[in-house]
Design a protein around this ligand. Structure first.
Ligand SMILES: Nc1ncnc2c1ncn2[C@@H]1O[C@H](COP(=O)(O)OP(=O)(O)O)[C@@H](O)[C@H]1O
Ligand SMILES: [Mg+2]
Length: 293
């Protein structure tokens, strides 16, 4: 199988690996002033292999906590998180994570950042070089940027580097924590479409945390809404839009209904709707194609 090729199943169809299941999940944190803060509780969630879901919820509802628990970075207080039926007990190369800020190593070039997981995994230089070329193509990173250090890169390019690094070892699961929220609106739309294209070509189960309802609907098979803290799943809204999707997909009458439903759940789950949720989502109606390349 060529890297990035999708095994049987196809977009939206189940693949054999990369299934996530959280059961009765609770995660808490110690507080400096004593006591503990319950971030997630009684959270149940099933994501099929190869599915792409969006995770949306009020600020502090535990979205990042959930991703970190899935990534094996936080041990559950109660319950389990399983990957392909086996509990996740620590960081796992089958799971890639991208954060809101690229978190690149500042002293390494873009290429060295992308290849870092390959080095840790003991890949020799020639194999790393070949994989780097594939990854640049996969995330559409301009090869002229690979010798630059993070401070020389734009926000969008840095995020491409972070994405390439997360994909380096061909994870079964890609966790994206508001990865495009610091990009301007047009760049963000382009990234949404590229994420879709990447997902169409790869076998990767994808969980995208976003505050943007239009973004959630555009990319996802399902939009999962979390309650206010402690977070649990309060709504699971299927997005029945045909694929491949384009920005024109957002003109479908279904989108208005789905957006309204998501917004209602957000308003309900946060008591008072969070700022992002309350603001009418201009991009739902705005279907301008991001022309800038
Ligand atoms: N390391 C930590 N220590 C203490 N509290 C934390 C820690 N990480 C997150 N929290 C708290 O857990 C709750 C959920 O946080 P988070 O998962 O970041 O929410 P979201 O990503 O939905 O905004 C918040 O109240 C946050 O302050
Ligand atoms: Mg967060």
């Amino acid at each position: 199988m060529t890297p990035g090729a999708r095994p049987a199943g196809g977009p939206g169809g189940a693949t054999e690996t990369g299934a996530i299941r959280a059961t009765g999940l609770a995660v808490d944190f110690p507080l400096r002033r004593g006591g503990r803060l319950l971030a997630l509780d009684q959270l149940n969630l099933e994501i099929a292999g190869g599915e792409i879901v969006a995770l949306i919820g009020p600020n502090g509802s535990g979205k990042s906590t959930l991703l970190r628990a899935i990534a094996g970075l936080l041990p559950p207080l109660r319950g389990t998180v399983e990957l392909d039926g086996v509990p996740i007990t620590g960081p796992d190369p089958r799971i890639g994570l991208v954060f809101q800020e690229p978190r690149l190593l500042p002293w390494r070039t873009a290429a060295e950042n992308i290849c870092y997981p390959l080095e840790l995994a003991g890949w020799d230089a020639e194999r790393r070089r070949r994989r780097l070329a594939e990854l640049l193509d996969l995330v559409r990173l301009d090869p002229s940027a690979v010798g630059s250090r993070p401070f020389e890169l734009s926000g969008g390019t840095s995020q491409r580097v972070a994405l390439a690094r997360a994909l380096a070892l061909q994870p079964e699961v890609l966790l994206l924590d508001e990865p495009f929220s610091q990009l301007d609106a047009l760049t963000r739309e382009r990234f949404d479409l590229e994420l879709l294209a990447l997902w169409e070509r790869s076998a990767t189960t994808t969980v995208l945390v976003t505050h943007n309802i239009a973004e959630a609907i555009l990319v996802a098979d399902r939009v999962i809404v979390l309650s206010a803290r402690p977070g649990r799943v309060v709504a699971d809204i299927p997005v029945d839009l045909p694929r491949p999707r384009t920005l024109a997909s957002l003109e479908d009458a279904f989108v208005t209904r789905a957006a309204r439903e998501i917004r209602a759940w957000l308003g309900e789950s946060s008591g008072e709707a969070s700022a992002e949720a309350a603001v009418p989502d201009a991009t739902v109606a705005d279907t301008t194609v991001a022309g800038a390349a």
